[in-house]
Design a protein around this ligand. Structure first.
Ligand SMILES: Cc1ncc(COP(=O)(O)O)c(C=O)c1O
Length: 411
């Protein structure tokens, strides 16, 4: 291996425009939700092609507001995937509802629509009545099978709330993610496709949802600060319901506005990086490449490889440690939710309850992957992966003998 480098898992892309716009906002005298946030929302809605975009301070907040807007309540069921971050299911718990997990398609890691339907069929009629919503998660930036999920949701009278934390931008059969379901929730956390440091956005075409979300995102009051303290505003407001404090400040929206303009160019760079990785890994039999569907446009938020563990004398954790000792910092997305103490304890889940999520989890890792990566850094990661594999094949001479499958980057 060449001279040791340090390759972090993720580095945000922050340019001159982001820095200047934050400074301008700080100098403007208006720091919290105001004109910049209004502009961010308008730009986002026009980019997605939806009636409303509502900025909030995280995707978690967006998902929580979405659960409230579609009417999820105490004792209800919301179906989602175990292969996701804590946020997706915790918002269901916030409502006093029950997250019911549906296992994944092992190739894409997205919720399996076939298993979604099976799970609904297996419910008693009483349970089925309480199934209010489904939250598909577009893993790593690859859209779920939205036609299938939308159809099943309609048949069972459920609302679809998309967790699009990983997608920006992405399309499903030509349609922009954010314009398909009743509500879609985006994340602008620093590791995500675009960032505002912290932040999130809800998109919807439904005027009623939009109104409810706006009110609940700011204490359930009738008017935000901009409507009270700006020149056009008046001091009076009313509390309509106890809401939340989820508004996105202008200082952060300023970053978001600049990042949104870069959304496609950043995605294009990530896609090129993915091509470089996949081209190099194609001839490494210890690795299975990401499976890419043909009727979607991928955001390439994460580059996830799966280890063919039966060929290796090392497990996934050991593999990550070996990369780390070479200065390459990988991660895992995600530890399936049913393996965590809270969900195990509350609902009595065993690891084998979602065997696909469990088996993919044991073999997958996310490599460093971000637009700022240089060719040299990509090569360094590739060589580190090759070196760890070569040192850990079970049988001598296995390298080069088997081709990995499932990659179609052109799609
Ligand atoms: C799938 C998924 N959903 C939701 C979230 C929550 O996003 P945020 O940090 O903006 O609340 C994340 C963040 O990592 C995520 O990966």
């Amino acid at each position: 291996m060449k001279k040791k480098m340090f390759i972090p898992f993720s580095v945000p892309y922050i340019g001159r425009e982001e820095i200047d716009s934050v400074v301008d906002t700080l100098k403007s005298g208006w720091l919290t939700t105001g004109p910049k946030t209004k502009q961010f929302e308008a730009d986002f809605a026009s980019y997605i092609g939806c009636r409303h975009a509502i900025a909030v301070n995280s995707c978690t907040a967006a998902l929580h507001l979405a659960m409230d807007a579609v009417g999820v309540g105490r004792g209800d069921i919301v179906l989602t995937t175990p292969m996701t971050f804590a946020a997706t299911a915790e918002v269901i718990e916030y409502m006093g509802a029950r997250p019911v997990f549906v296992d994944i398609d092992p190739g894409t890691l997205n919720m399996s629509p076939v298993l979604l339907e099976e799970r609904l069929r297996s419910m008693t009629p009483e349970e089925r009545k309480t199934a209010k919503a489904v939250i598909p998660v577009h893993m790593a930036g690859q859209p779920c099978d939205m036609d299938a999920i939308t159809g099943i949701a309609a048949n069972y009278g459920m609302k679809v709330v998309e967790d699009a934390a990983h997608t920006m931008p992405a399309r499903y059969k030509g349609r922009m993610i954010g314009s398909i379901s009743p509500i879609t929730c985006f994340s602008f956390y620093p590791t995500k496709c675009i960032t505002s440091a912290e932040g999130g956005m809800l998109t919807t075409d439904d005027d009623g949802y939009a109104e409810r979300i706006r009110i609940m995102s700011l204490h359930g009051i009738s008017k935000g600060a901009w409507n009270r303290y700006s020149k056009e505003g008046s001091w009076h407001y009313e509390v309509l319901q106890p809401g939340f404090k989820y508004n996105l400040p202008d200082v952060l929206s300023a970053i978001g506005i600049s990042q949104l303009k870069r959304s496609e160019s950043l995605r294009d760079i990530r896609m090129k990086h993915a091509e470089v990785y996949s081209h190099a890994f194609r001839d490494m039999p210890g690795i299975e490449l990401p499976e890419i569907l043909s009727d979607i446009e991928h955001s390439w938020h994460l580059y996830i490889i799966k280890l063919n563990l039966e060929m290796l004398s090392i497990d996934r954790d050991g593999f990550i440690e070996e990369l780390r000792s070479r200065g390459v910092f990988a991660s895992v997305h995600f530890i399936p939710l049913h393996l965590h103490p809270y969900y195990r304890g509350k609902y009595g889940y065993a690891p084998s309850d979602f065997p696909r999520a469990e088996s993919q989890y044991k073999r997958m890792l996310s490599l460093p992957f971000y637009p700022k990566m240089t060719d040299e850094e990509l090569d360094y990661v590739i060589e580190a992966v090759r070196e760890v594999l070569d040192g850990n094949y079970v049988k001598q001479g296995a390298a080069g003998g088997v081709r990995a499958t499932g990659c179609n980057l052109a799609a």
